[in-house]
Structures are given as structure tokens and as C-alpha cells.
Design a protein around this ligand. Structure first.
Ligand code: FEO
Ligand code: CA
Ligand code: CA
Ligand code: CA
Length: 510
């Protein structure tokens, strides 16, 4: 009947069961294609796609002239981290050459893809490129050149590229999340942790534009940025700090977005205000050294002041946020904005420290529906657990009907109660209105040990691009592989890859 096919309230597929197969399992009539696996050469000068694909940005090739191609795009793929077992082959006694190979396998790929005769293909294009852990990147904003970054204005590379966001002017915001381990892992390479942990802006259309780290958006374990505008046209980025008992942030640019001036927009994220969420009273607190006495008074365990200036405040946003009463929450992962209501949805993935194994998705509504508001109201949208069927919500993406699509990340919790019901990491669909709002319908199950990440739609809703990250990650050796997903023909080494899922009716279904 008409009600049961309402695209706002019912899934366009027959839900599937949990599973443990070493493939991408999908509902009837759906299929997937491996599009851009690790190691594939995709530039004219022989660069290879990086490892452990995460967030995917979709930039139609005709976007800057107002087009919305669904079959020809520059994709940006984050490569979050490497597994030395697969990249280099040694897990101990890694040579300088292996460490350099690891640095070259991380960061971001800009890769053109086109659908030809029903098949997605990588196209060699002059805009294809790698931005890796050794690429020159400019620091911008209040922390540039300060003691907090050892005086640097230019730095090496972007690492820990987890999720991200796209700006209305057609740039990528890639988020540097788990950046601390490399101080030890890459000892001797010149790695500087204070140069990482930022949001980096990259222009996929313009390889001559030096990527920029946006220090005004703070330094923490950046998961992603959900971008929107205030009612008066300033740019807002909602961001989570993916760490146990860490906070949710909002950045508001000083300048206003001008749809007619792309060059000016590319500077918008240099300056602005950073706020932290207080979920106790539903308010945003400004992190400004000169305006908040608590930041001047904050002391470390050694009794010394934590911050001497605004650069210090931004460079340790987590400590700043907690000092002014920001609410610590259970690992804020992805944040996305509902396309119709403007409500902001956040995955709180889990927090074993609190016995929260299954996680929740919460949502809030800014006062007056204005992303520039100082106050908001929040509520729980969906709760993980055996009853709902999901656990550890991570990346989110909306469709234009307002349905939420979510992927799980149970990677770190393999021995906990999730095992009893969940199976491999999966993708779920949730209506956000009607009688089944918040109910989880399982759409896809990933291969062994893998996490599905970075989902993004083609503008017509016919293709869903998903990264398959770390298949076979828990293998104890190349002779004990747990997965062979997307292995090169004739080999058995699993490969992280971008896949294209098709079979969707598109946005036009009645
Ligand atoms: Fe890289 Fe918070 O996930
Ligand atoms: Ca994540
Ligand atoms: Ca997302
Ligand atoms: Ca995760």
C-alpha cells in the first residue's frame, strides 16, 4: 500500500541478518563492485592508492559550473592508517624505507571515477594526486607560527585521516584523528605530533592550491566536520573529539559565505570562534582565552597554568573544553545534519569505561533552527544493543528523504557482549519520522575484520560509495590470513578498497 512504500519511513530493501562471511553481503537485487583498492596506480606519474580507506567525498566533475553529475566525479578518499603486516611486511624491526612507505600510504587520494557501461572505473586525470604524511601543508589561523607548534608555518603531511566533510565551495575537510602513536612508531623520521590533530582543507579541483590546516577549528582527535551555514551566512562546522569522555564542538567562521566568490570562500575557515557543547543545560561555551577567565585560571596537575594564550587553548582544545565545563561524552564519532529538519545527529559510539558497550545516536535542535544559536535541545534518537540489533555507531550519512544510514565500528571491542548478536560490522538504515523512527534495519554486512566507512551517495541516489577498511586486520601473519577480500587476482592478500553499491531506486521513488 502507499503508506508502506513511503520513502521517508520504509527501507528500499528487504533487511538482512547478521553474518560472518568474508564478503560484502547485501539484500536481494543489490550488488557491489570493487572500484579503487589499495595499491592501484591512479596517476600518470605512477602513484598508488593508499591503505585503509575511510571517509569518501564526492565532487561531481562539473560541480564548479553548477552541475551535479552522478556518473563522473573526483572522489577524495581518506587513508586513515596502515597495517605494517600488509604495508612493508614487517611488524618488527621496520626499516627507514618501510617507514617511508607507511607515510606514503596514508593521507588522502584525489581520484577521478566515471561510470561507463554500468561499471565504475578509475580514470587517470591531471587532478588525481596523493596528499600523504610527507606533503607540504600550510598552517593557517591563530596557532600558525606560535610556540604551540614550535613556530611552524609550513608542516609535513596529514595523518590519521578518519572522516571529513565537504564545504559548499567544493573543498574537502579531512580530519586528523589518532595522531599520537606515530611519535614512537616513526621515531627518527622527524614526525611532530603538534603539527597533526587538525582539520586540513584540500581543493580537489586545484592541485596548485597548497592544503591548509585550519587551526581555528582546534586540535583534538577530529572525527569529522558537518558543515552548514548560520542564518546570516557564516560557516558552521560541528565536530566530535573521538576519545572516551571527550566533547562536541562547533566552529563558526568570522566571514560569510559568498556563493559567487570561491576564492574568498577558501579563506573562510582561517578565522572564527570555537565553542564546546554543554549537554547539561544545552548551551555552547566559547573557547576564548581573553573572554573566559576559567581558561586563564586552569592549572595542570603540576599546579602551573595550562594556557598562556589563545594558541595554547586551540592546540589543546580537549583540556580547554573540560576547563570551561564542556560535557564529556562517550566517544563522539560522526556528526551529520538532517537535510529537512536541520537537526544535528551524533554517534556516541561506546565507552567501555562506563559499561556502555553498545552506544547511542543522539540528536539536537539549535534554538530558532539557527546553527549560530547559543542554546539547543537534545534527545536520544536510537540506542544500540541486542534489541535494536546494532552496536558502536560510527559514520552517518543522510539521504534526501531524511533517512539516516549508519555504519558500525566494533573493531576495538571483540570480546564484549556485542559478539553474541552482532556478527561482522554492518550498515543500517533508520527512518527519522513516522512510527518506525529510530528503528534499525540492516542493509549490508562487511567482510571479516572489516569496518565499513565513509559512505557517500552519488547525487541521484543510485550509487552508494563505501570504503571497506581493514579486512583481515586481526590476521597473525601472511600465512594466517583471516580474509582475502578484494585480493589481486592470483594472490590472497586482502585489500582495503572503495566499493560502489548499486540497486537503489534513486531519490525519485514514489
Ligand atoms: Fe577513525 Fe573515530 O574513527
Ligand atoms: Ca570513525
Ligand atoms: Ca558522515
Ligand atoms: Ca571508529
Amino acid at each position: 500500500n502507499a503508506a508502506s512504500s513511503d520513502p521517508r519511513t520504509t527501507p528500499p530493501f528487504r533487511p538482512i541478518d547478521p553474518g560472518n562471511a568474508d564478503t560484502m553481503t547485501l539484500p536481494e537485487r543489490y550488488r557491489f563492485q570493487v572500484v579503487a583498492p589499495w595499491g592501484e596506480v591512479f596517476t600518470a606519474d605512477g602513484r598508488e592508492l593508499g591503505f585503509n580507506h575511510d571517509y569518501v567525498g564526492f565532487f561531481p566533475t562539473d560541480m564548479l559550473t553548477g552541475g551535479r553529475s552522478s556518473t563522473d566525479a573526483l572522489l577524495t578518499i581518506n587513508h586513515e592508517y596502515v597495517n605494517p603486516l600488509f604495508v612493508g611486511g614487517n611488524t618488527k624491526d621496520r626499516t627507514p624505507a618501510q617507514i617511508e612507505a607507511e607515510m606514503r600510504a596514508m593521507g588522502v587520494s584525489v581520484v577521478r571515477v566515471r561510470k561507463e557501461g554500468g561499471t565504475w572505473k578509475v580514470v587517470v586525470d591531471p587532478r588525481n594526486r596523493r596528499i600523504d604524511a610527507l606533503t607540504d601543508i600550510e598552517l593557517t589561523g591563530p596557532v600558525r607560527g606560535t610556540a604551540a607548534v614550535k613556530g611552524a608555518t609550513m608542516v609535513k603531511g596529514t595523518v590519521g585521516n578518519c572522516s571529513g566533510g565537504q564545504t559548499p565551495w567544493g573543498t574537502l575537510l579531512t580530519c586528523e584523528e589518532n595522531v599520537d602513536g606515530y611519535t614512537k612508531s616513526w621515531a627518527g623520521s622527524g614526525y611532530e605530533p603538534m603539527h597533526q590533530g587538525w582539520v586540513t582543507e584540500i581543493d580537489p579541483f586545484d592541485p596548485t592550491w597548497t592544503p591548509k590546516k585550519r587551526t581555528a577549528m582546534g586540535r583534538f582527535r577530529h572525527e569529522n566536520v558537518a558543515v552548514t551555514l548560520t542564518k546570516d551566512g557564516r560557516v558552521v562546522g560541528y565536530m566530535g573529539d573521538d576519545m572516551q569522555d571527550s566533547c562536541v564542538y562547533k566552529f563558526v567562521s568570522r566571514g560569510k559565505y559568498d556563493p559567487a566568490d570561491r576564492n574568498a570562500n577558501r579563506d573562510l575557515l582561517t578565522e572564527g570562534d570555537l565553542y564546546v557543547a554543554n549537554f547539561g543545560n544545552g548551551s555552547w561555551t566559547l573557547l576564548d582565552f581573553d573572554k573566559n577567565a576559567k581558561l586563564k585560571e586552569a592549572k595542570g596537575t603540576d599546579g602551573k597554568p595550562l594556557f598562556a594564550n589563545q594558541a595554547d587553548v586551540l592546540a589543546d582544545a580537549r583540556a580547554s573544553a573540560l576547563a570551561v565545563g564542556g560535557t564529556p561524552v562517550d566517544r563522539p564519532e560522526d556528526i551529520e545534519i538532517h537535510p529537512k529538519t536541520g537537526e544535528v545527529y551524533i554517534s556516541l559510539t561506546n565507552n567501555a569505561k562506563h559499561g556502555n558497550y553498545f552506544g547511542q545516536i543522539i540528536k539536537f535542535r539549535e534554538d530558532g533552527g539557527d546553527a549560530g544559536a547559543g542554546t539547543f535541545l537534545w534527545e536520544v534518537f536510537a540506542v544500540g544493543g541486542p534489541q535494536s540489533g546494532f552496536a558502536s555507531p560510527d559514520n552517518l550519512v543522510f539521504d534526501p528523504h531524511g533517512n539516516l544510514w549508519m555504519v558500525t565500528d566494533n573493531s576495538d571491542l571483540s570480546t564484549n557482549p556485542i559478539k553474541a548478536y552482532h556478527g561482522n560490522n554492518a550498515m543500517f538504515f533508520f527512518p527519522t519520522e513516522g512510527p518506525n523512527a529510530g528503528r534499525a534495519y540492516r542493509f549490508a554486512v562487511g567482510p571479516v575484520d572489516a569496518e565499513l566507512t565513509g559512505p557517500v551517495w552519488s547525487p541521484d541516489g543510485k550509487t552508494l560509495f563505501v570504503s571497506v577498511q581493514h579486512p583481515g586486520e586481526d590476521s597473525e601473519g601472511l600465512d594466517k590470513l583471516r580474509s582475502n577480500f578484494a585480493a589481486k587476482p592470483g594472490t590472497n592478500i586482502p585489500r582495503p578498497t572503495l566499493v560502489a553499491i548499486e540497486g537503489f531506486p534513486g531519490w525519485e521513488r514514489a
